[in-house]
Design a protein around this ligand. Structure first.
Ligand code: SRM
Ligand code: SF4
Length: 532
């Protein structure tokens, strides 16, 4: 690998330990680590390298690790869900799982001595957690209703799987892509409503028809039929959130047909791997390289890796719908079939929930389960005749098909319960506050409220109608948990990021602030107070 941007002397501690021993090397040491126990582990292996196999040391709960899976396009089978449930079940009260903001699942309570057994179990059902943390490509997101949606332009499932297979060597781990300068996010959307928040990814593909005389399509594109419209994707690059800087992705001015998407991912990743900035971790995401080089040079380098010129972007993309949340019952494009979207409050699941979801998927659907970036679940392929019985299932009382208008769109990152970066507790607080607000207000429209426990922005407050970012603030001379408030995040068509409008509201004073915002800016009304 050539790294033109750094010298050995300027390497930060992460680059140093990666150079000493590649993170993926930990994969071959799992038996040994399991036998020795976590207390005996080398600290760098424990805190960092284990993340190359998706295992995260949690300083908040030492000895109880988190495991981050890879669920490409957010699609899994009932057998896979059951295997995940069995893993967390063995940890009793310590075991649970979260659906993440990248259509993924994280398991909690994991004991290091169980890792060999857990990996075997997951492998047996075709699941992997490899390269899901640290300087790797994160779970690749795609439309949660790909292949079900009558209005979709492209079914993203196969492409997402192909990219994951290349990057991870079909789940075995691929050393070609295990030493990126930093994390990297990829999304592909084939629908009209940008269901994956394409704009907040380092690399994203959005549907677009290319028109032209044919002359601009260099070989092999010259074979494309012209002058008719040809389907492909406009490419956007450099979107990311970090504590210091947040950017929406910018157009690369490039369009690719679906068959070139995988090659473009590889080319972009090779450029990022070999030239991304490695000296300062705060400046190591792709956008910083684009800043340094300019978009033209970046595009040329990608073309060089690709071995051909990129075609200029289509004049417009096809994202022309408001974003859907998929909660409720919806017709599929297949005759007589429906998908149902279950609202999973803040994405938190326990073993018994996961077994139940697996059962519902098998009894009523085809055994398939899907996840959304809003941390919810979709069960597809349910015939019309089975819907009525499904509605009587008791789990729907908690995972509702028709939740309150605030609960429906609530998203929250992990927060202080398990995350040592957290400045505040998020999930439980978010749920309690939404419940209280729904009790005092009549809402007329869904309002998307996202909580995130610190400026890392895992809960994506910048895409929310109201984003709440954990902070520490002062009240009555004391330091207390608080939030900075973001507003104006727009998703779907014409997506753009929200910005901070108020800083340092103590969490204990937040409810009336949100109440006023919901009334004044989102048309909510106070419920009538019962006469005494
Ligand atoms: Fe994140 C680090 C959780 C989505 C930006 N994120 C972390 C860590 C690993 C920190 C840690 O070691 O404790 C958190 C693990 C906590 C835990 O125990 O669960 C964590 N991030 C999450 C999840 C679980 C939040 C959630 O509740 O859904 C999401 C897992 C996604 C997945 O399945 O892979 C998650 N993180 C995101 C997103 C949203 C997205 O991808 O759309 C972002 C902003 C987008 C981006 O990355 O550009 C995000 N996480 C970060 C950052 C800031 C990155 C940066 O460039 O500075 C960190 C800190 C870091 O990497 O150094 C971070
Ligand atoms: Fe942890 Fe902060 Fe990410 Fe929340 S936003 S999961 S608190 S790193």
């Amino acid at each position: 690998m050539t790294d033109t941007a750094t010298t050995t002397t300027s390497l930060n501690k992460f680059e140093k330990f990666k150079a000493e021993k590649d993170g993926l090397a930990i994969k071959d040491e799992i038996e040994k680590i399991a036998a020795l126990g976590w207390e005996a582990m080398d600290e760098t292996d424990r805190d960092h390298r284990l993340k190359w196999v998706g295992v995260f040391f949690r300083p908040v709960t030492p000895g109880k690790f988190m495991m981050r899976m890879r669920i490409p396009n957010g699609i899994l089978t009932s057998s896979q869900m059951r295997a995940l449930a069995e893993v967390v079940q063995r940890y009793g009260d310590d075991g649970n799982a979260d659906i993440t903001t990248r259509q993924n699942i994280q398991l909690r309570g994991i004991r290091i001595e169980d890792l060999p057994d857990i990996f075997n179990k997951l492998h047996a059902v075709g699941l992997t957690s490899v390269q899901s943390g640290m300087d790797n490509v994160r779970n690749i997101t795609g439309d949660p209703i790909a292949g079900l949606d009558a209005d979709e332009l492209y079914d993203t499932r196969e492409l997402v799987q192909q990219i994951q297979d290349i990057l991870t060597n079909k789940g075995q781990g691929n050393p070609e892509f295990t030493n990126l300068p930093r994390k990297f996010n990829i999304a592909i959307t084939g629908g009209r409503d940008n269901s994956v928040h394409a704009e907040i990814n380092d690399l994203a593909f959005v549907p677009a028809f290319r028109e032209g005389s044919g002359e601009e399509f260099s070989t092999p594109y010259s074979l494309l039929p012209t002058p008719q419209k040809v389907f492909g994707f406009n490419i956007i690059v450099g979107g990311f959130f970090s504590a210091k800087r947040c950017e929406a992705a910018i157009p690369l001015n490039a369009w690719v047909p679906p068959e070139d998407v995988v090659a473009v991912c590889r080319a972009v990743l090779e450029v990022f791997r070999d030239h991304g900035l490695r000296a300062n971790r705060q400046k190591a995401r792709l956008m910083w390289l684009i800043d340094e080089w300019g978009l033209d040079k970046f595009r040329q380098e990608v073309e060089q890796r690709l071995g051909k010129s990129l075609i200029s972007a289509a004049a417009k993309d096809e994202i022309d719908w408001e974003k859907r949340d998929h909660v409720g019952v919806y017709k599929q494009k297949q005759n007589d079939l429906n998908y149902v979207g279950l609202n999973v409050p803040v994405g938190r699941l326990y073993a018994h929930d996961m077994f139940e979801i697996a059962r519902l998927a098998e009894v009523y659907g085809s055994g398939e389960i899907r996840l959304t970036v809003e941390q919810n679940i979709i069960i597809p392929n349910i015939t019309d005749s089975r819907l009525a019985t499904l509605f009587t299932e008791s789990i729907l009382e908690r995972f509702s098909l028709n939740p309150g208008l605030l609960t429906r769109s609530l998203v929250s990152c992990t927060g202080a319960q398990f995350c040592n970066f957290a400045l505040i507790e998020t999930k439980n607080r978010a749920l309690a506050m939404i419940k209280a607000l729904e009790a005092e207000l009549i809402l007329t429209q869904p309002v998307r409220i996202h909580w995130t426990g610190c400026p890392n922005s895992c809960g994506q407050p910048q895409v929310a109608d109201i984003g709440l970012m954990g902070t520490k603030t002062r009240k009555n001379g004391k330091t207390v948990e608080g939030v900075d408030i973001y507003m104006g995040g727009k998703v779907g068509k014409e997506a753009h990021l929200g910005t901070c409008i108020t800083k340092g509201i103590p969490c204990e004073d937040l409810q009336p602030v949100l109440r006023t915002m919901l009334i004044e800016q989102f048309g909510a009304r106070l419920r009538e107070v019962a006469a005494v």
